[in-house]
Write a new protein. Structure first.
Length: 199
């Protein structure tokens, strides 16, 4: 009996979330590179000018006018990792470049994840009276199916269907998490029935 299994809503949401997360990751590092770190450097440069000229007593009032945290740099310098060092800049150019690199990596991975999601979200597995149509849209006659691998079926709901058409071998996966569970089970049962009947 013909059946059709579509990609489930939960699968689509999860894969889209991965892409959104990676884009957010990229945006976070890009913001630091373009805005966050330069602004911090500017605040630090002003604080250092007060520190170098011995006017730190006047800094809290100035920071208040600018709506900055008056103790931002004292806390940073008091951190054990800083060991009391007073560098020329808060973030050196290499660190800002590093943020651009991470943003680029996140953006590229996000595009890959989004492209995968977009290419998969409308796929289906279906059958008619004579064949099964793979998720990629390939029509595989039941007579061309050479075997079904169910090693991971009971535990993970994954079955591999192998076929050969005009001397070319191929395979596709039935996944009852990615595709509608009931329809996927029905399709697998139909494939097994056709293969068993042929044998």
């Amino acid at each position: 009996m013909p059946a059709e299994a579509r990609v489930t809503s939960i699968w689509k949401k999860q894969k889209l979330f991965v892409a959104v997360f990676l884009f957010a990751f990229a945006a976070y590092f890009l913001w630091d590179a373009v805005i966050g770190y330069p602004r911090m450097n500017a605040r630090y440069a002003e604080w250092k000018s007060y520190q170098d000229s011995g006017r730190l007593d006047a800094w809290p009032e100035y920071a208040k006018q600018k709506r900055w945290k008056a103790d931002e740099w004292k806390k940073w310098l008091d951190d054990p990792h800083q060991q009391g060092r007073v560098p020329e800049v808060r973030w050196v150019p290499a660190k800002i470049t590093e943020q651009y690199v991470f943003a680029g990596i996140g953006g590229i991975l996000g595009l890959i994840a989004y492209g995968f999601w977009a290419s998969q979200k409308n796929r289906t597995v279906r059958t008619d009276e004579e064949a099964v149509f793979t998720p990629a849209g390939t029509r595989v006659p039941f007579d061309a199916i050479t075997g079904v691998g169910k090693k991971k079926w009971d535990d993970k709901g994954l079955a591999t269907v192998r076929y050969e058409i005009e001397g070319r071998k191929g395979e596709f996966v039935l996944d009852d998490y990615k595709f509608d569970r009931d329809a996927t089970h029905q399709i697998l049962a139909e494939i097994e029935e056709k293969v068993a009947g042929r044998q």
